[in-house]
Write a protein that binds this ligand. Sequence first.
Ligand SMILES: *Cc1c(COP(=O)(O)O)cnc(C)c1O
Length: 533
Amino acid sequence: MGNVDYTKYSKLSPFELKDNLIELAQSRTDRLMLNAGRGNPNFLATIPRRAFFQLGLFSTTESEFSFSYMPEGLGGYPRPVGLQSRFDNFVMQNQDKQGVIFLGKAVSYVRDQLGLDPDAFLLEMVEGILGCNYPVPDRMLRISETIIKEYVLREMGIQGMAKQNLDLFAVEGGTAAMAYIFNSLKENKIISNGDRIAIGTPIFTPYLEIPKLNDYQLEEVFIEADPKLGWQYPESELRKLEDPSIKAFFLVNPSNPPSVKMSDEGLAILADIVKKRPDLLILTDDVYGTFADNFKSLFAICPDNTILVYSFSKYFGATGWRLGVIALTNNNILDKKLAALSKKDKKELEERYSSLTTDPASIKFIDRLVADSRNVALNHTAGLSTPQQVQMVLFALFNMMDSRQSYKKAVKSVVRERDAALYRQLGVEVPQDPNAVDYYTLVNLENTSRTLYGDEFADWVMKNKNPTELLFRVADETGVVLLPGSGFGVLHPSARASLANLNEYQYAAIGDSLRRFAEESYQEYLKTKKGKK
Ligand SMILES: *Cc1c(COP(=O)(O)O)cnc(C)c1O
């Protein structure tokens, strides 16, 4: 590598920097590239997928039944009459198939545990998987919405909220949720150019980048988590939110990349702040909530102030499926903010939504999200594709029906064992923290140097070593791609590794290579020390 100027890479977003690192890591053909930069998990839930494909076959046969004298390959809408008994037969005849067994149990569970109409459920699933109708209602299929509400309430630690008080919008993953929310907040004049927005850092980079775009031009105020507090937000940082000029607080909880959930103390402070600032809007991205122990979302603490984003991508290993939801209570402050807009703004918005209803002023924010997601004019084709909604329901049911939580325990222990392997090879104690989720880990350059070779060496590293160099050296020498913490708003030099997408021995290799880098740097440090004497 010689005298490469690493500073030229410092302006790249971590995702572009990653491309450069990958190129370098792949530059030698005799080895495997290890990309620990990606958040994409390498595990996935199989049983709900088996169930999906089995249901697809059953439903296709149902469609073919509906026109008995039609030419081959042509089916009709599935017929509700007798559907349940044909399904029962199908389940009985396929007791050797895991996916079918699961489907049979799912229908019983929906009836007995959730108290829903099993016939209506089955018909919604069969029609949904065939994808033979536009999504109606466009926001989310009716029974699917009820089931996902139950899943969200349980997994986000929300107690004492009636399902009727909750509205969901099924979307194409967490990223679509973000894009839709930013857009509708702006279109509905809840957030305007130049407004001040607080962002909990470190954070998934799009939250840093989108507000700065020309479309938004928001002023960002950082609420910085402190590595010395196990990446919790110090009270003094959270109290910044009491400033009434701050319109909204965006955060990822559990965080990405530090991968810790907000502590109970932090949640309590926010509850107190919201009491003083009932107008404060919170957007919480809880994609990793399902990996945490005893998770409690801010949506559980201040539900009416909060927009909840959840994605099925990470926990079910389903990034390609594009499955996510946006949740709002039906007493949320967004609708109150809409009601409080100026006459002129209201008039403008009534025009915007006038094609949808005769009373556009009454359209709730969540339904505006739906309409805006298709530029209003195409609202009649809005909504997540119905087969996607079916897979979402099967994922959620799989998790709810697993009373021993064996899937959850398995994915949690997978990431935690990988974490342990990395730190064991690095020669540093694994950070112990009840709030840790361990989907990612941030290897802190300073602390690691201090632990391995003492304070003086750590100071020398901070002065003389460019953290980007570490990433490029590691990529060049070992084929391991890590991302810089800095791109995510981490202030201390660090390398971020996803614990979700490689195998355990590869995390050990990452630990090894980081340790080698530290050892070499230590030799260099000793030489310069000698030279000075
Ligand atoms: C991965 C990730 C997303 C994206 O989720 P998709 O559902 O795959 O679009 C959103 N937010 C955070 C914090 C993530 O880490």
